[in-house]
Design a binder for this molecule. Sequence first.
Ligand code: NAP
Length: 294
Amino acid sequence: MTAQIIDGKAMASGLRAAVAAETRRLVSGHGLTPGLAVVLVGENPASKAYVGSKSRAVIEVGMRPFDFHLPAATSANELLGLIGELNRDAAVHGILVQLPLPSQIDAARIIAAVDPAKDVDGFHPLNAGRLASGLPALAPCTPLGCIKLAKAVHASLSGLDAVVIGRSNIVGKPLAQLLLAENATVTIAHSRTRDLAGVCERADVLFAAVGRPEFVRGGWVKPGATVIDVGINRLAADGGKSRIVGDVCFAEACEIAGAITPVPGGVGPMTIACLLANTLKAACMQAALPVPEI
Ligand code: NAP
């Protein structure tokens, strides 16, 4: 069997177009331009690239970007000062602090300082708690994208066996909560899981968020299952270049799975599109307007 490739790039483009249409409606109907503040501290090259693509995407959908690039030596108090200002600024509807932060800054303290209503990353403990309690919340962007990709194959995830490998606060745990909300039967696997291959073989939908290149082998995949590969791993390639691979051995899994996301071109583009959707949602909620279904 050769798996259907789930085209995350095309889906993300459709979602961005829908966000742009709703943004135009907000601007013309209510004089409201959603604003997203992106805060980068330091010179991490991957973070700089992510922040650059986020800012471009914000402008493309007609939102207002507020970009801040602070020096690597910035203190926690200086960063907290900026976040306080952004929390108070009515033109800013979403705040994203790019992680990782330099070692002198405690990321948990910074995340907790963001106004939960502007927490478009969905990392604030209040939003994490609301999500876990089944209450309306701003949910993290990568898990939101994973759910949309899985639903491109399965109109409903209800009753399906879903296995999530990884239990981080930014991917694995919130993804498991979103899957529960979709009525999937959820297993969260991690580095202490016994017989990981056997656990994965039970999955109708398998999500890999491990951070290890090509870790999930084709033989772990149930025939016909859907595989959503969250991993972004940079490997050295010929000529001093690099290539990006996922957490799933794509060539092997393609032969067994029913559908699979590629890396790149799967979860990655959906993450940024979901960030824009979260910013739209945050702007609508702050203005007490209905949140569009997109
Ligand atoms: P993370 O915080 O490092 O978490 C990795 C998880 O994998 C942990 O829960 C860990 O288990 C588990 N794990 C590690 N080795 C394992 C093993 N041998 N067997 C089973 N589980 C194992 O990583 P993350 O932030 O969640 O990111 C995961 C991947 O997604 C990375 O490749 C990252 O680059 C990628 N990512 C992509 C996007 C995107 O937009 N596409 C966004 C975010 C992250 P323990 O908890 O037991 O240590």
